[in-house]
Design a protein around this ligand. Structure first.
Ligand code: FEO
Length: 404
């Protein structure tokens, strides 16, 4: 593997994982990368490691530049195993290195490895180490997205090594945003950013706003952001910060996602007049069947839309399992600034639509009530009701969207 110099004497030494499709349940159809960075200064410093499957790749990359035993400092921005499960490998090659980590990071690392022989320095926001020509400033980012998380700012290089934040799950031979945009597309990159935000960072919008404000207050000059996944932002560093602010404020397009599942196609039949009703109000609409769509894609489509209609048949008086799973997953992501409605079919007593509204309440999401239920299969008259229901819902979504 060729190492890439991203700033003078600062190299990407990471790994590209073209094959990963399931990232702890988050589907990654485009694969991912594990980025880590070697600062070839007077004190050679490695920032982050990689997933253990790729420890040989990163050590070979490091060997292209230096003998790993010469590493003096190892900065661990985040202890999740996709970044820190090669720490033991690195420490076996550089046993005298000092590890720079947050207090919570150290506690986590102690649970994963025998750290008794390793040297540590616990760091907090504002702590700086000098490696020669570079000064590294640490910025704690607790719960963005783990309690241990931090970022490392390389002052003289105007480089923010941002760990998971600003990342994307894309395996690509491009290392930089401009390269990627040239050979793929801007919208592909943007889609990957939203996908990552929706599935990982959605619960932390308030923290993101505060942290960006704090970094702005520190007056750091940033002309490159190097996350631990995907491409490095060198052309659009300013834009990606603004994009995160927009996402954290709940900004999205005026569109509606119809997310459903079906037993004998009755709930599915309802989606067609619903779509027409939404379209006839001038709103874009996407229809997503849960068992035909990875969960992470459904979550992304939910987040990209201002309104969402959930469709579920009733099974044993409750929600259909795949719909219940989606709503449970969504609740964990603590969504905000979205408006909901529900529809579905039933055979005897019903219950799924009622349960969906209970879930919306638990999530504290605004909802348009009541929803719409049909017995067994929608009749011509009920198709018309679906259409009217969707038009009314779309009007409410427009009104709601006006608040943002
Ligand atoms: Fe990419 Fe939170 O690990």
């Amino acid at each position: 593997m060729k190492t890439i110099e991203i700033k003078p004497d600062i190299f990407w030494v990471g790994a590209i994982d073209w094959a990963v499709r399931d990232f702890h349940g988050y589907m990654t159809p485009k694969g991912t990368t594990y980025n880590n960075y070697l600062i070839m200064d007077e004190q050679i410093t490695l920032v982050d490691t990689v997933k253990h499957d790729f420890s040989r790749v990163t050590t070979n990359n490091i060997k292209e530049l230096t003998d790993p035993s010469r590493i003096v400092n190892l900065v661990i921005n985040h202890i999740e195993p996709d970044h820190a499960s090669s720490v033991d490998k690195i420490m076996s090659l550089a046993p005298d290195a000092t590890i720079y980590i947050t207090e919570k990071g150290k506690k986590g690392l102690d649970r994963h490895f025998d750290t008794s022989k390793w040297k540590f320095r616990i760091v907090k926001t504002g702590d700086v180490i000098n490696t020669g020509k570079y000064n590294l400033l640490f910025i704690e980012t607790p719960m963005l997205h783990w309690p241990d998380s931090m970022m490392t700012y390389v002052k003289e290089a105007k480089l923010l090594i941002s760990q998971d934040a600003f990342g994307q799950h894309i395996a690509t031979s491009s290392r930089f945003d401009d390269e990627f945009i040239e050979c793929a597309s801007h919208s592909d990159l943007e889609d990957s950013v939203v996908d990552y935000y929706a599935n990982i960072l959605m619960p932390f919008g308030e923290l993101i706003k505060n942290k960006i404000a704090e970094i702005t207050k520190l007056g750091l000059e940033i002309d490159m952001i190097a996350p631990d996944h995907g491409i490095i932002w060198r052309q659009e560093a300013g834009n990606i910060i603004q994009k995160y602010l927009d996402l954290a404020h709940g900004k999205t397009s005026l569109s509606i996602a119809v997310i459903y599942d079906t037993m004998w196609h009755s709930t599915e039949l309802m989606t067609l007049p619903l779509m027409h009703g939404i379209k006839d109000e001038g709103i874009d609409c996407k229809v997503i069947k849960l068992r035909a769509t990875p969960m992470s894609v459904a979550i992304k489509e939910f987040w990209k839309s201002r309104g969402c209609l959930i469709g579920s048949p009733t099974l044993n008086n409750i929600l259909f399992p795949s719909v219940a799973e989606f709503l449970t997953h969504l609740r964990g992501l603590r969504p905000k600034n979205r408006i909901m409605g529900a529809f579905g079919s039933y055979g005897w007593g019903g219950g799924a639509v009622k349960e969906a509204y209970e879930e919306f309440k638990r999530m504290k999401l605004e909802a348009v009530e009541p929803g719409l239920q049909v017995l067994y299969k929608p009749s011509t008259e009920e198709n018309r009701k679906c259409y009217e229901f969707a038009r009314e819902f779309a009007k409410k979504v427009k009104e709601y969207h006006g608040k943002f």
